[in-house]
Design a protein around this ligand. Structure first.
Ligand SMILES: Cc1ncc(COP(=O)(O)O)c(C=O)c1O
Length: 405
């Protein structure tokens, strides 16, 4: 069969977006699919997912029912309901020491969308963005999707997975536009303290960069304080990304918010809200309003539960425990001594022990020596999963390796 010139043009047009059409599937999803699609994985233990297993606050569930009873199912303002944005302004002042107004708040369907839309509003094709490695995979994916260039900066275990200022400075080029930070960090559990945060705010101000700060784990801090870069004055090029997902255990409701004082970015975000979503789901906004009305009792209870789980996991891991996570509900285990790539390690662990972990390679090009454990399951399952993991790890001698970490 011969293909005519016009048919060839049509075939060439039958392509999809280069980036979205070729993004690799996340390692976590790949492994989870194996568990879900298999009958003999009934006893599988999921240490791969960042979703708490505790019950959601009843008051939030009641707020959702009330909102549906009152038939409040219509569109809201593009930026989010005024009542919710007012409550967020109050929350930011009280808990984050951020002075702002409701024009600075954009309610989004989760921070997943918050990350993507913020990057989309900030960069043009060819702009460089500094992205943490290891870091939340969506940062790099969003940059690539909008035609930006990802420049990874390394977070090293021996410096507590905290950004290194001299490395950042060396990476900045005339094309660099944005620095992304994430504290408490996924997958590292590292928390950036006030001194370092101030330096990061100063560095980005002096070098004319945007600072995008992902704070979705803000309430999960253990024995230290969460610091928001927006609490420092004198830099209007700081953007804060927040979520109700983890703090209130409502990941499925898809609700979070972006905060910026910058007029041009506000305008771009408003246009993007109109273009992509019109508004965040109204029911979820009512749930978020109720969440803020509780004054922080639920997140505090969850924080205490997760501090205990963190301690339990670190004790159980013994020689395999890496750096103590000061926040979030993740920790990295260095598996370099096994000689396996993290994908291969995770595949074999799942095959042999039915435990799911996240392979480090998912989190960046220099993170292959790690696996990430999410200590989100209930305690019994968590302990069973760790027991299986430790037994699996014991096939390889660890002696001597610790010196090289
Ligand atoms: C660092 C980080 N940012 C954003 C998100 C997305 O959260 P949300 O449920 O609000 O979309 C996650 C989810 O795991 C995350 O780990």
């Amino acid at each position: 069969m011969t293909i005519t010139a016009s048919a060839m043009t049509t075939i060439a047009r039958h392509t999809v977006n280069d980036v979205l059409g070729t993004l690799p599937r996340s390692g976590i999803r790949r492994l989870t699919d194996q568990v879900m699609g298999s009958r003999d994985m009934d006893d599988a233990i999921q240490l791969g997912f960042g979703q708490p297993q505790e019950a959601t606050d009843d008051l939030i569930r009641e707020a959702i029912i009330k909102a549906t009873d009152e038939r409040t199912l219509g569109y809201t303002e593009n930026a989010g309901m005024r009542a919710l944005r007012n409550a967020i302004v109050t929350k930011l002042a009280a808990r984050n020491q951020i002075n702002t107004d409701i024009e600075s708040i954009f309610v989004t369907p989760g921070a997943t969308y918050g990350v993507a839309v913020t990057i989309g509003c900030l960069i043009n094709p060819g702009d460089e963005v500094l992205v943490p490695d290891p870091g939340y995979p969506n940062f790099a994916a969003a940059v690539r999707h909008y035609g930006g260039v990802v420049k990874f900066y390394q977070l090293r275990q021996d410096t507590g997975f905290i950004p290194d200022l001299s490395q950042l400075t060396a990476l900045i080029s005339p094309a660099t536009k944005v620095l992304i930070i994430n504290s408490p960090g996924n997958p590292t559990g590292a928390v950036i303290d006030a001194g370092m945060m101030e330096q990061l705010v100063r560095l980005t101000r002096e070098r004319g960069l945007w600072l995008v700060s992902d704070e979705v784990y803000e309430t999960y801090v253990y024995g230290c304080r969460h610091v928001s870069p927006l609490s420092f004055t004198g830099n209007d090029h700081v953007v804060g990304l927040y979520s109700f997902s983890k703090s209130y255990n409502i990941t499925g409701l898809r609700v979070g918010y972006v905060v910026t004082r910058h007029p041009a970015l506000r305008r771009a975000l408003l246009n993007a809200q109109e273009l992509y979503i019109s508004c965040a789901p109204s029911i979820s906004q009512y749930a978020a309003l109720q969440a803020l009305a509780d004054g922080g009792a639920y997140p505090e209870a969850m924080r205490a539960v997760y501090q205990q789980k963190r301690d339990l996991v670190m004790n159980m891991l013994g020689p395999y425990a890496g750096r103590y996570p000061d926040g979030a509900f993740y920790l990295l285990v260095d598996i370099g001594f096994t000689g396996l790539h993290s994908d291969e390690f995770a595949d074999r662990l799942l095959r042999d022990t039915h435990v799911v972990v996240a392979p480090g390679a998912t989190f960046g090009p220099s993170s292959d020596q790690y696996i990430r454990i999410a200590f989100t399951p209930e305690v019994e399952k968590l302990m069973a999963g760790l027991t299986r993991l430790k037994q699996f790890l014991s096939q390889w001698p660890i002696a001597g390796y610790e010196d090289h970490r």
